[in-house]
Design a protein around this ligand. Structure first.
Ligand SMILES: Nc1nc2c(c(=O)[nH]1)N=C([C@H](O)[C@H](O)COP(=O)(O)OP(=O)(O)OP(=O)(O)O)CN2
Ligand SMILES: [Zn+2]
Length: 127
């Protein structure tokens, strides 16, 4: 098994109702996102998938959330609040959709880590 990692960043605002009172106030973060994809077979170029292809898809996904008020996006709601956990889950699903539609099922998103500060990170690990 091979695993690749691509790192990106986005800035956004959010409010979270279910955690400490401080987080109920409108505030923002500069999230650092680590995306991992894995697979067993290398192509003729000797790579699992071109880093550039994954970077392109991740950049497209970032456009949906960068510099947005996340609570107002259709991606999130009261049942799916824009926590770092749900942000990681959204990115994982959106990236897998793009991979399925282009590369095929030889490459899977294995993990997405969403760092909302230097010392706090939520990771979604695919089944
Ligand atoms: N499991 C999660 N816990 C929290 C999340 C989250 O997404 N998943 N998010 C928040 C809020 O976004 C909040 O803005 C962060 O609060 P906090 O951790 O307190 O951030 P600080 O940088 O201010 O850290 P201090 O240690 O309080 O200085 C909260 N929890
Ligand atoms: Zn926050």
């Amino acid at each position: 098994m091979f695993e690749l990692k691509v790192v990106t960043r986005f800035a956004a605002a959010h409010q979270l109702k279910m955690v400490g009172a401080k987080c109920e106030n409108l505030h923002g973060h500069n999230w650092k996102i680590e995306v991992y994809v894995g697979g067993k077979e290398l192509n003729k170029a000797g790579v699992l998938v071109d880093f550039g292809e994954i970077k392109k898809y991740v950049a497209e996904i970032m456009q949906q959330i960068d510099h947005k008020f996340l609570n107002e996006l259709e991606l999130f709601n009261d049942n799916i609040p824009p926590s770092s956990e749900n942000i990681a889950l959204y990115i994982a699903r959106a990236l897998q959709d793009k991979i399925d539609g282009s590369i095929g099922d030889s490459v899977k998103v294995t993990r997405v880590a969403a760092w909302e500060s230097e010392d706090a990170c939520a990771t979604y690990i695919a089944d």
